[in-house]
Design a protein around this ligand. Structure first.
Ligand SMILES: Nc1ncnc2c1ncn2[C@@H]1O[C@H](COP(=O)(O)OP(=O)(O)OP(=O)(O)O)[C@@H](O)[C@H]1O
Ligand SMILES: O=C(O)c1ccc[n+]([C@@H]2O[C@H](COP(=O)([O-])O)[C@@H](O)[C@H]2O)c1
Length: 208
């Protein structure tokens, strides 16, 4: 089990907020981060009108094998290199929470910051498997969700369980800027420039 010793305290505590801020939460393994992630962050900042984007490096996705998962400190450092927009804050506060489940994280974020407007951000591939996440219906019922298009997963929203269950709560992407202020359930699918990059591809190229 990795210790916190290699990590600065600023990555282990929940980022500071101010009343009324609009904040996007972008969680991921980032093993390693790549230009596709950067593109998602840029699209989210622009289309959702975010004041901040928390680039949340998970201690380990509960549904993925942790074989070959680079140390958290290494993934954080690589994300910092990628996250050049000053509105982006790289964080790994889930590590100190000793938690990898998004529902628990999001409940803690909301409890700590009742005066901010949050949106959960994920790529379209995660829409397909979202119904396997712990308390996924609770997440969708408490947080607006922005799904960003990804090659290979564009049509996922038509067939995914999440999209079917919450079809009535889908918001037109033209209204994406209003999404953070909507009462959940509310979600949108954002089309735009796309990247075929993946961490798997990079690991394979690097022989890992
Ligand atoms: N090219 C991409 N386009 C859109 N979304 C992406 C892209 N790459 C990753 N994402 C999204 O970014 C978040 C973090 O992704 P993750 O760190 O798992 O990267 P990945 O490339 O999917 O990794 P892996 O190949 O190891 O599964 C997820 O919500 C994922 O859907
Ligand atoms: O809470 C869950 O059950 C859950 C299941 C799968 C993924 N997640 C989270 O989803 C985010 C994206 O994960 P990943 O590995 O696709 O980058 C990351 O923050 C994970 O912790 C969360």
């Amino acid at each position: 089990m990795e210790t916190e010793a290699a990590l600065s305290d600023r990555y282990l505590t929940m980022p500071h907020t101010e009343r009324g801020m609009v904040i996007g939460l972008f969680g991921g393994s980032f093993n390693p981060p790549h230009e596709g992630h950067k593109l998602v962050a840029e699209i989210a900042l622009k289309r959702l009108g975010l004041d901040r984007l928390w680039w949340m490096v998970t201690p380990g996705n509960p549904l993925k094998s942790h074989n070959g998962l680079a140390p958290l400190a290494e993934r954080i450092a690589a994300c910092e290199q990628m996250a050049t927009d000053p509105r982006i804050q790289v964080t790994a506060f889930e590590k100190r929470m000793n938690n990898s489940y998004t529902a628990e994280t999001l409940a803690a974020v909301k409890a700590r910051n009742p005066d901010c407007h949050f949106v959960w951000i994920m790529g379209a591939d995660n829409l397909k498997s979202f119904h396997r996440w712990q308390k996924w219906q609770e997440i969708a019922a408490t947080y607006p969700i922005a799904v960003i298009d990804r090659p290979g997963s564009t049509l996922a929203y038509l067939s995914s369980k999440m999209a079917k269950t919450f079809d009535y709560a889908r918001v037109d992407e033209q209204e994406a800027r209003a999404l953070p202020f909507r009462k959940a359930p509310a979600w949108t699918f954002i089309h735009g420039p796309r990247s075929t990059l993946s961490s798997t591809l990079i690991r394979e190229k690097n022989g890992k």
